[in-house]
Design a protein around this ligand. Structure first.
Ligand code: GLC
Length: 472
């Protein structure tokens, strides 16, 4: 039976920056509800919201202090129910963010159930936090050390403790009963750890995916992605039943099969960080596509328009949205938002404010995001915003709409045709897609009707940094 996500486009909402309904400067659930038209108009199948649970916001929601409630900045459970009802009425699925590897240090479990966390009397190994420094911090109250893969305010749960899986499963069921259609699962490789807490060995090669320098000195084979991850994934699978689980597994594609035995999808981070080069992208696509969710940006990294350059945003959109399997679109990429400045002082201690600026709905100075003082202001609403792009048939937004409409007709198959003079091409059934990564116009030799062009294009040509879809 086909699953709803097989060809889906999932729109990632960063709730704090999407739409503010009450003028407090922070986006919220009612704001999302008021803008569902935008999602329907784009034609996406689902929305995924970054965490909406209560959190002291050391890591902006990824430090959860209660798995079964709504952050007061975002609203209430009633607001959530209304949002789900309205989204479902439009045929939109609702995907939430599950953070099973760690909680906030302010989660009551940390004091009431300390056995659910990983403790040691002395620092037992060389494990590092990906957010900097060692992965062990001293708890002043007990004098013992606890493990944290991220900030010290995010203690790791001990998935070796028999109560942890069921407690997370209860939280999942809570949201399923309220209508959630699935979870994006945070930092998933981390729930598998060596129970003997052995040292991670020194790295002998540079990492495939980008990692902070100090962290990249080690090969993280004991602190994450350990064999016991499989039994833990099975616990999540059981709690999810046939709902969607898409894993944030920050590993190369070759490491993903053991995850995909249990979860439905995993993000293709290798494509996200690929050198923007057609041969390199062809190589990555040649490794397969089943189980992969395509995406080119999210709330953690530089946005497409800034990372790849504005000249590449149409090419990037055409690539992600013409590959087989689901694609994730980060809010704002559909209008070409760029990275913004860091707040002063920064909101995010890891320097990720840049990709989290307010959505730009209208040309007015606050971009229609809020009537108050935005927590992270819009960057250039006059230059790019949803209202103007909706009216302009040649806008990036309208290219996204066309691509999302067209991809529905493409069968779930991929035949790579190769790279010729900077042009990567592949076939999806009767459709041929040609992507020109070069800065010069190239010929389009493919017979058939051009059903989509990323830019106005002369017959028989593909524009520089442009793409065409041909139907035969
Ligand atoms: C994931 C999230 C990121 C967060 C981290 C720790 O990578 O996407 O925002 O900081 O996990 O939860």
């Amino acid at each position: 039976m086909p699953r709803w996500w097989e060809k889906a486009v999932v729109y990632q909402i960063y709730p704090r920056s999407f739409a503010d309904s009450d003028g407090d400067g922070s986006g919220d659930l009612q704001g999302i509800r008021q803008h569902l038209d935008h999602l329907s108009d784009l034609g996406v199948d689902a929305l995924w919201m970054s965490p909406i649970c209560p959190s002291p916001d050391v890591d902006w929601g990824y430090d959860v202090s209660d798995y079964t409630d709504i952050h007061t900045d975002f609203g209430t459970l009633d607001d959530f129910d209304e949002l789900v009802r309205d989204a479902h009425a439009r045929g939109l699925k609702v995907v939430l963010d599950l953070v099973p590897n760690h909680t906030s240090i302010e989660h009551p479990w940390f004091r009431q159930h300390p056995e659910r966390y990983v403790w040691a009397d002395e620092i037992p190994n060389n494990w590092l936090s990906v957010f900097g420094n060692g992965a062990w911090s001293r708890d002043e109250e007990t004098g013992r050390y606890y493990l944290h893969s991220f900030f010290p305010e995010q203690p790791d749960l001990d998935w070796g403790n028999p109560d942890v899986g069921p407690a997370i499963g209860d939280a999942m069921r809570f949201w399923f009963e309220r209508g959630a259609d699935g979870f994006r699962v945070d930092a998933l490789s981390r729930i598998g750890k060596d129970p003997a807490l052995r040292d991670d060995p020194q790295a002998t090669e540079p990492p495939v995916l980008p990692l902070p320098d100090e962290y990249a000195r080690l090969k993280h084979v004991h602190s994450r992605n350990y064999a016991n991850v499989e039994e833990r994934l099975a616990v999540l699978r059981k709690a999810a039943g046939d709902k969607l689980l898409v894993g944030e597994v920050f590993l190369p594609t070759s490491e993903l099969p053991r995850y995909l035995r249990h979860i439905d999808l995993a993000f293709a981070f290798e494509l996200m960080f690929a050198r923007w080069d057609p041969e390199e992208i062809a190589r990555i696509l040649g490794e397969g596509w089943r189980g992969l969710a395509w995406t080119l940006s999210n709330h953690d990294f530089s946005r497409v328009a800034s990372r790849l350059g504005e000249e590449n945003v149409r090419l990037a959109a055409t690539l992600t949205l013409t590959l087989p399997g689901p694609a994730f679109v980060y809010q704002g990429d559909e209008i070409g938002l760029r990275d913004g400045p860091e707040a002063d002082p920064p909101h995010d201690r890891r320097g990720r404010d840049a990709a989290r600026h307010a959505m730009q709905w209208t040309p007015d100075p606050l971009g229609g995001f809020t009537t108050g003082t935005p927590w992270l202001p819009p960057i250039d609403p006059e230059e790019r915003n949803v209202a103007d792009q909706r009216r302009d048939p040649g806008s990036l937004l309208n290219l996204y709409r066309e691509l999302i409409r067209l991809r529905r007709d493409m069968p779930l198959e991929l035949e790579l045709l190769g790279v010729d003079d900077g042009v990567l091409s592949y076939r999806r059934g009767d459709f041929t897609i040609a992507l020109n990564f070069s800065g010069e116009e190239r010929p389009n030799h493919f017979p058939g009707a051009v059903v989509l062009a990323s830019h106005p294009t002369a017959p028989g040509k593909v524009q520089p940094y442009g793409a065409v879809v041909v139907a035969s």
